[in-house]
Design a binder for this molecule. Structure first.
Ligand code: SF4
Length: 343
């Protein structure tokens, strides 16, 4: 539907590499906290810290503590690229530094995430389907035991592409912000046929038995919309609704025109909160404050993006592996936004 070539930045593309995939990282002992509530998990972690530090286990103790901290945060979003064939005005990942990971770097990144106890990896963008190694990375993550997810604008998700990705992907998230083409066009989400195309893609995803998620961004253009009929028609297992996030250097020039107030976001929530999804769950709503310090997010080169004050900072992934997530992801904020679910 869309000619993706016009917005592609070729110099940032890694070379494709057909190196054979293999199981590459060893499992990591993680604490069994799956049956605990988030607060119980935090308590459990603190208790482990007390025990470990109290007994003076030195390096071993610090390692156990670090693994406990990581094991509480089990999912990560990797923004494989900031290139996109769309140019949505509200996009908050359009200007990222560094070179996109090639297959070799991707192996390192996924292996490191495995060591950190990540069990679900979400490939996002930009448009992740533009990355030449998306399928390789998905297979690597899956082979390493992770649940694999992709979030896409769906414009490049042809039936052939879906069948190609299907063996390595558990979830596909499709971005739709409105049931009205004119709203999507006003947001620059596509070129006037986004809703039509997203419908097509969602139907194909369902038919192929891949788990479907819908992502919606609330702005001043859609905060009063009742999207329940569209959601009921598309039948996703999850519907995540985000208040437009404003980040310096990405989209702050659209703050006054597009960013909804707290009250406007709440209005969208009130209208749409009672649609029951196919999973039996209700939608998940994330205000922009809920997103601060609550995601483990990676830039295209695999560095960790810290989003604390509506501004990004970048920390090498290997540094995070050795020093922990403190100051980058707060386990309580991570769990408070409902990050852990039946995936
Ligand atoms: S489709 Fe997503 S990545 Fe692309 S411009 Fe829109 S919000 Fe940004």
């Amino acid at each position: 539907m869309v000619d993706g070539a016009e917005l592609v930045q070729p110099s940032r593309r890694p070379d494709s590499d057909s190196t054979a995939r293999e199981g590459f990282y060893t499992g990591l002992t993680t604490t069994n906290e799956a049956n605990c509530s988030p607060s119980e998990q935090s308590d459990a972690i603190l208790q482990k810290r007390d025990v470990v530090e109290g007994q003076g286990f030195g390096r071993l103790g610090r390692r156990v503590l670090r693994m406990s901290s990581f094991s509480s945060v089990e999912s990560a979003n990797w923004h494989l690229t900031d290139r996109c064939n769309y140019s949505c005005t509200f996009c908050f990942m359009k200007n990222l530094p560094g070179i996109e990971a090639d297959l070799s770097r991707g192996k390192e990144v996924i292996a490191t995430l495995g060591k950190m106890g990540i069990t679900k990896l979400n490939f996002v963008g930009g448009e992740p389907l533009l990355h030449p190694n998306l399928k390789d990375f998905a297979a690597l993550a899956r082979d390493g035991g992770m649940t694999v997810s992709i979030v896409t604008n769906a414009s490049l998700l042809s039936r052939d592409k879906l069948l190609d990705l299907k063996p390595s992907v558990d979830w596909i998230g499709v971005s739709i912000d409105s049931s009205r083409e004119e709203i999507e066009a006003a947001l620059n989400r596509g070129h006037g046929r986004h809703v039509w195309n997203a419908r097509r893609a969602c139907n194909s995803i369902k038919q192929e038995g891949v788990k479907l998620k819908i992502n919606t961004v609330v702005t001043k253009l859609n905060f009063d919309e009742d999207m329940r009929p569209l959601i009921a028609e598309l039948r996703p297992l999850r519907w995540k609704v985000f208040q437009m996030l404003v980040i310096a250097g990405q989209n702050e020039e659209h703050l006054s025109r597009l960013a909804p107030s707290k009250e406007e976001f709440e209005a969208f929530k009130q209208i749409n909160r009672e649609v029951t999804l196919e999973s039996g769950q209700l939608p998940t709503f994330e205000a922009s404050d809920d997103m601060v310090d609550s995601y483990l997010i990676l830039a295209p080169d695999g560095s960790v993006i810290k989003n604390s004050h509506h501004r990004y900072e970048f920390v090498p992934l290997e540094t995070v592996l050795s020093s922990g997530l403190s100051g980058i992801v707060s386990p309580s904020a991570y769990h408070a936004r409902g990050a852990k679910y039946e995936w």
